[in-house]
Design a protein around this ligand. Structure first.
Ligand SMILES: *[C@@H]1O[C@H](CO)[C@@H](O)[C@H](O)[C@H]1NC(C)=O
Ligand SMILES: *[C@@H]1O[C@H](CO)[C@@H](O)[C@H](O)[C@H]1NC(C)=O
Ligand SMILES: *[C@@H]1O[C@H](CO)[C@@H](O)[C@H](O)[C@H]1NC(C)=O
Ligand SMILES: *[C@@H]1O[C@H](CO)[C@@H](O)[C@H](O)[C@H]1NC(C)=O
Ligand SMILES: *[C@@H]1O[C@H](CO)[C@@H](O)[C@H](O)[C@H]1NC(C)=O
Length: 329
């Protein structure tokens, strides 16, 4: 195709934009070192030439990831009843906004001391572009925690550990810590009733027992033998939402420094609990729903968590859940 020079000049930026878009939709994201947005490639564990090399799906750890956004003083001189660690990716502004305006509102339940933080890594492609945006969002809300690891599905364990690191270093007196995904509905009033009186060495959520790693690499949840050799996981609480007592959150973080990480964050927390000799506690039946339930105020008043409520769903049901004068038997 022959084009006049002026026309070709116009096409250049378009081609660049398309290339960026293609990169963006590519999975897995580009390897570190390849682009300006890539994170520094962590060096392997010190010292042992005979140790097997790290599998690419095994998150590099321990590694001194740096906080790019942090709030070391947020918990000073207070001991929140519940620290909410909410997993979002950097570009998920709408999800964070919906969570802040619904169940993540720290003052939504009178008398319940809640501290909310969002967990983020660095965007694999648009890190530089998102930096000022995230900084502004954080100045407004003061609730973003970000470390300099790549924000990818197989690095989710690093997000959870960033949250537990923050609690260990900056909020060790929290009574409970909850890790939640952004696409859940949470009823903190019900949850708080389950958690009182405060307990130690306590972990709860939807408990998986006797499940094992998926060995087919076609799955999003693929865990290779090199990363986790056993055929079953110890009992663990499903990732969308689980609770650890504050003391246990600190101990899980400690255990994670010594155990090989796996790319399934929820199963990994189960592995830490197993190493610590702590059993998970089953909640009342139905309190944590791993599948979506149709909204009904009475039904939702008697549970702690429902998975698969996106930002639109949350904003839609919340006013009714909070205000509707419904009599439930
Ligand atoms: C290196 O690892 C191997 C196998 O895990 C172990 O037998 C050996 O003692 C280790 N060597 C050092 C120097 O840590
Ligand atoms: C949080 O809840 C309080 C008390 O109900 C309310 O006044 C406030 O507007 C809410 N904040 C947001 C961001 O929705
Ligand atoms: C996880 O993050 C580290 C540090 O940024 C990076 O080197 C690694 O490639 C990431 N792993 C995956 C599977 O994305
Ligand atoms: C935690 O509580 C203990 C005992 O109440 C207190 O001495 C300590 O200063 C608290 N630590 C933080 C970081 O708030
Ligand atoms: C893995 O299997 C070994 C051998 O059966 C067992 O000793 C170990 O506790 C298991 N690890 C986990 C995390 O379940």
């Amino acid at each position: 195709m022959k084009l006049p020079p002026s026309c070709r000049l116009l096409l250049l930026p378009l081609a660049a934009a398309l290339a960026l878009l293609a990169l963006h939709s590519q999975r897995p994201p580009p390897a570190p070192g390849g682009t300006t947005a890539a994170a520094p490639a962590p060096t392997p564990r010190p010292g042992n030439a005979t140790a097997p090399p790290r599998h690419p799906l095994q998150p590099p750890y321990p590694y001194p990831y740096r906080f790019l956004l942090n709030h070391p003083d947020k918990c000073r001189e207070r001991a929140p009843f519940l620290v909410l660690l909410v997993v979002t990716s950097p570009a998920d502004l709408a999800a964070r906004d919906a969570v802040r305006r619904t169940w993540g509102n720290e003052s939504a339940v009178p008398g319940l001391s809640v501290l909310r933080l969002f967990l983020l890594g660095r965007h694999p492609v648009f890190h530089a572009e998102l930096r000022p945006v995230l900084r502004e969002e954080d100045e407004l809300h003061g609730d973003l925690l970000q470390q300099d690891f790549l924000d990818t599905y197989n690095n989710l364990t690093l997000k959870t550990l960033m949250g537990l690191e923050w609690v260990s270093r900056f909020c060790p007196n929290a009574t409970y810590v909850m890790k939640a995904d952004h696409d859940v509905f949470l009823n903190l009033e019900f949850l708080a009733r389950l958690l009182r009186p405060p307990r130690t060495d306590f972990a709860t959520g939807y408990v998986y027992r006797g499940t094992g790693p998926l060995r087919n690499r076609a799955y999003k949840w693929f865990v290779p033998r090199e990363v986790y050799p056993n055929d079953t996981y110890p009992p663990y609480c499903g990732g969308p939402g689980y609770v650890l007592s504050g003391d246990l959150a600190l101990r899980v973080f400690g255990a994670a420094q010594t155990l090989p990480l796996i790319n399934m964050e929820d199963a990994f927390v189960g592995i830490c609990l197993h190493a610590l000799g702590v059993a998970v506690t089953d909640p009342p039946p139905g309190a944590f729903s791993m599948y979506r339930l149709g909204y009904d105020k009475c039904r939702f008043s008697r549970l702690a968590m429902v998975h698969h409520y996106g930002p639109q769903d949350l904003l839609q049901v919340w006013p009714h859940f909070r205000d509707a004068p419904v009599e439930c038997r």
